[in-house]
Design a protein around this ligand. Structure first.
Ligand SMILES: Nc1cc(CSc2ncc[nH]2)c2nc(N)[nH]c(=O)c2c1
Ligand SMILES: [Zn+2]
Length: 371
């Protein structure tokens, strides 16, 4: 069970600040959700995640089903207990990962057969099986089992696929989840506005407590992603949360917020951190750079994260070059803190009525090479 209220709306664009309430606590939106695919946000402890302000993290049905197995996670009382995470968890439904990771055997009305990318073992996912796994994981927000069509795809295939995704969503809705879990529908339709409208209308008829925009950030050009994301967001009920899956860069998130989108997730901050690519309020910074060897500056002088309060660029560069695990941890703390504080600042700007100015100022700063 999930409630959502809109706390403030921008006057010049669709941006809004909201509050999601679940049994695992409050989520103030716009929100960025760190990705914890196999039950860990790579390199960080739950306490470190609380410290940077994370209120919801993501888990993956596909990965956890394959390893350690949803039965094992259920044995420990669900994913919250298993990983000792006391706040919210959203789990993706597995469809996307099957299509992007597994050796996909075949897709039928009933579901998808696939081979594990880990050991090649055969598996089958259906809407019902995806719901059963997410029920065992005990996530607060459960994603419907969908087909994320690749880009580009023939319009005729996208049109047929979205109809099946709607039929699958209906099957998911008919499955009884735990009292505390809420199921979000996922809008598909590729990059075709007329198909997006059909998909959105069909899912709205099924009446979900929240809606995700799927099928984007799959290789399409950024302007096209923005156009479809904005169009689709405006089709969705204003009083329900809107989640843009797999997005994105800080710029994408600021633009997504202006389209009226409330929730975002992306592996970028955590993956880039492990590759020494850091986000700062003056643009991107590669901490590997030789000219940083003697820099006593923090990664970002405007950042108050643990890493920026305690360590120099020179030290972080050294750790990375030496292959120290601490480098990954300190970089991850900074990048996640950057994303989470970006959306928190966006929320405050919406509440204070100056989101447009905030967004334009940030977009300028994010793209300067001021490091
Ligand atoms: N781009 C994109 C990303 C994801 C993964 S979101 C995620 N899961 C775990 C981490 N992040 C998607 N997931 C689903 N179910 N459907 C989609 O259309 C889709 C599109
Ligand atoms: Zn920092």
């Amino acid at each position: 069970m999930l409630s959502f209220v809109v706390d403030a709306k921008d006057k010049n664009c669709s941006a809004r600040a909201g509050t999601i309430k679940t049994t695992h606590g409050i989520i103030e939106t716009p929100i960025f959700m760190p990705v914890g695919t196999v039950g860990s946000v790579k390199t960080l402890t739950p306490d470190e995640l609380y410290e940077i302000g994370a209120t919801i993290i993501l888990g993956n049905t596909y990965h956890l089903h394959l390893r350690p197995g949803d039965d094992i996670v259920a044995h420990f009382g669900g994913l919250h207990r298993f990983m000792n995470w006391k706040r919210n968890i959203l789990t993706d439904s597995g469809g996307f990962q099957v299509f992007s990771l597994a050796d996909l055997n075949k897709i039928t009305e009933d579901g998808v057969e696939f081979k594990s990318h880990i050991d090649g073992s055969k598996h089958f996912f259906s809407p019902e099986i995806s719901m059963e796994i997410q029920k065992k994981l005990g996530s607060d927000i459960v994603m419907a089992f969908d087909e994320c069509v690749p880009y580009p795809s023939e319009k005729s295939y996208v049109a047929k696929s979205l109809e099946r995704t709607t039929r699958w969503a209906k099957r998911c809705k008919e499955y009884s989840l735990d009292y505390h879990q809420s199921l979000f529908g996922i809008v598909q339709g590729g990059v075709f506005k007329d198909l997006r409208k059909i998909s959105a209308d069909q899912l709205i008829d099924l009446d979900f407590p929240g809606y995700a925009i799927g099928g984007l950030s799959v290789g399409e050009e950024i302007p096209l992603m923005y156009e479809i994301a904005e169009y689709t967001a405006q089709l969705l009920p204003e009083e329900k949360p809107r989640y843009l899956m797999g997005v994105g860069t800080p710029e994408d998130i600021l633009n997504g917020i202006s389209f009226g989108i409330d929730m975002f997730d992306c592996v970028m901050p955590t993956r880039n951190a492990r590759n020494a690519l850091l986000f700062t309020s003056e643009g991107r910074l590669s901490i590997k750079r030789a000219d940083l060897a003697k820099s006593d500056d923090p990664i970002d002088k405007n950042c108050d994260c643990y890493t920026c309060r305690n360590f120099s660029r020179g030290y972080l560069r050294h750790l990375y070059k030496a292959g120290e695990i601490l480098a990954m941890r300190l970089n991850t703390i900074h990048n996640l803190h950057f994303y989470i504080s970006l959306v928190k600042s966006a929320r405050n700007a919406i509440i204070n009525g100056n989101f447009e100015a905030f967004k334009n100022d940030m977009l300028l700063k994010l793209n300067q090479g001021g490091n």
